[in-house]
Design a protein around this ligand. Sequence first.
Ligand SMILES: Cc1cc2nc3c(=O)[nH]c(=O)nc-3n(C[C@H](O)[C@H](O)[C@H](O)COP(=O)(O)O)c2cc1C
Length: 361
Amino acid sequence: MSRFHTRFCQAFSLRVPIVQAGMAGGMVTPELVAAVCEAGGLGTLAGAYVKPDELRQAIRRVKALTKRPFSVNLLLYEEPESYTVTPEWLAWLNEMRAELGLAPWNGEISSGADDVEANFAVILEEQVPVFSFAFGLPGKYGEAAKAAGMKLIGMATTLEEAKALYAAGVDAIVAQGAEAGGHRGTFRVEDKPTGDCIGTMALVPLLADALPDIPIVAAGGIMDGRGLVAALSLGADAIQVGTRFLTCRESKAHPAYQARLLAAKETDPQITRAFSGRPARGLANRLLNSFAERGLTALPYPLQNSLTRELRAEAARRNDAEYMSLWAGQGVAMLKEAGESAAEIVASYMRQAEQVIMRWR
Ligand SMILES: Cc1cc2nc3c(=O)[nH]c(=O)nc-3n(C[C@H](O)[C@H](O)[C@H](O)COP(=O)(O)O)c2cc1C
């Protein structure tokens, strides 16, 4: 058994302490999830931004490809109580629409929001082994998942959130550092423009010391085996990786997005609310910069997401990365190769971790 076989591996029946993050937005294919599982890690399907039927099909495809445990991830959000579309906000939206050749917004909100209840029902019916979630506590979903014998993984960006997840009975906690790509997991973002942003280096040992009875999964900027060893040294039991998998062979990230990822500098990832209404880290582009320059306040999640969806869809049709959400973590500049297989990525983390340890002998 590998020296990196942690209690997280034990509890989740894995060979290696690597979780591939569920990444909403169509990049994570069942093939990617299954490849990570077959390589001994925990693959995760994104259950957000998909319709229940699509999710069911994806889960069944994973089951056909691997008999190993896998996870499905949901973003557990609360419906906003109220919102205001200001003239400045509307002017921005219509300017972006005009730049993409779209007619001004017709005032209709095609909700397009996730039906979390329905997607969770699919997860239950399909007896998915692990349910992971972000944005808060699992509530009724956690109870139902536990009763069905599933394992639960929640995401925290502060010690207070981690303690609340622990009290809610999750089986592992992702410590999401500030470096992470995609949405901040911060529970309450109303009065925090960027969410809470504690670096992975500071957050992981804090949580590991305060909550010694539960496995901590370090996330944010962990791009290779050096990061894996660092995370385990800080007290983590595993790592969760998003950005590194975006350009792998099994990823369905848009080619224009992948090209930007491979060309990105370490200063490109910025936190923005322009796309979804919640803070998330992605590469700066025309849409992100124009929203920031005007000092606009985003509509609450998921309304901003619904009202910018057409922009992203049109941008994807035009291969125009300037209007897409280009989620990426601060480690993005370490991405060098496109087209590695997911299995090769998992193996390279483990190989490099082994080499790092050997150097210390
Ligand atoms: C493209 C992208 C989409 C993401 N979507 C989700 C998501 O749907 N659910 C979730 O819990 N985390 C999501 N995350 C965050 C990851 O769980 C994780 O915290 C992050 O990827 C770790 O940092 P890294 O990207 O530097 O590896 C996403 C990250 C990326 C890069």
